[in-house]
Design a protein around this ligand. Structure first.
Ligand code: IPE
Ligand code: IPE
Ligand code: MG
Length: 248
């Protein structure tokens, strides 16, 4: 049985992915608008990035806005977009100070031009930083990403650059927004829901899943360590039988 024993050394995952869920419910419980939860969630994210960096995690990917989240009331979407604006603005300096390399995944074409420019600027400024790689999924959907990748591969096939029988796992991986990053080792979802909601469908093939009832605005270093402790206790077999195989 899996247990989160206090003893023993932690195995630090190379790449942690987080579905930051529960902002709205957290706010509602406090008789505040859902957007209050998003603002608090953004603060918690900044702290979590620092905590991941301190623990020696090399990649952190967070689900900030899904391709399905446009279905929310316009006002809520606007508040979330303004939080991105605010974050992108002040994060250049912070990322430079903390040696963080920042990247954004998802379809940018639906984002406002000023947000797209701010993303380009942040990625450009931080591209040579050698600390944690912080990947933000904005207007991201796993199916949308796969469709965009399949289109790229199909174009190469039609042009004769690539034969269908030459298409491998690497070809598909390279066609995705995450082409430069290793797959996540640990997926954390907060706030009780146990589903992927269209997050990193290809990349999570062999990730360990950790679900907690804690809503995202209450997430902290202690909860992060709890998740890593459970991860440490898992036996990653990758379809084999011996276990204890290390991830890349
Ligand atoms: C996650 O919190 C943030 C986004 C999806 C942008 P939610 O807004 O989904 O909060 P709940 O799940 O409704 O409580
Ligand atoms: C997933 O949460 C998306 C993000 C955290 C950005 P949702 O709240 O949108 O997922 P569902 O609707 O509960 O599946
Ligand atoms: Mg939710």
């Amino acid at each position: 049985m899996e247990n989160a024993s206090d003893s023993g050394k932690l195995k630090i995952p190379n790449h942690v992915a987080i579905i930051m869920d529960g902002n709205g419910r957290w706010a509602k419980k406090r008789h505040k608008p859902r957007t209050f939860g998003h603002a608090k969630g953004a603060e918690v994210l900044e702290q979590t990035l620092e905590d991941c960096n301190d623990l020696g995690i090399k990649y952190l990917t967070v689900y900030a806005f899904s391709t399905e989240n446009w279905a929310r009331p316009l006002e809520e979407v606007q508040v979330i977009m303004n939080l991105f604006r605010k974050y992108l603005e002040h994060s250049v300096e912070k990322c430079m100070k903390n040696n963080v390399r920042c990247r954004v995944i998802g379809d940018r074409s639906r984002l406002s031009p000023d947000i797209r420019d701010a993303i380009d600027h942040l990625e450009q400024m931080t591209r040579n930083n050698t600390g944690i790689t912080f990947i933000i999924a904005i207007n991201y959907g796993g199916r949308d990403e796969l469709i965009r990748g399949i289109r790229k591969i199909s174009r190469d096939a039609v042009q004769g650059v690539l034969k269908p029988e030459e298409i491998t796992e690497e070809t598909v991986g390279r066609s995705l927004d995450t082409s430069e990053f290793p797959d996540p080792d640990l997926l954390i979802r907060t706030s009780g829901e146990q589903r992927l909601s269209n997050f990193l469908l290809w990349q999570l093939a062999y990730a360990e899943f950790y679900f907690t009832d804690i809503p995202w605005p209450d997430f902290n270093k202690e909860e992060l360590i709890k998740a890593i402790r459970v991860y440490t206790s898992r036996d990653r077999r990758y379809g084999g039988i011996t276990g204890q195989q290390e991830s890349k």
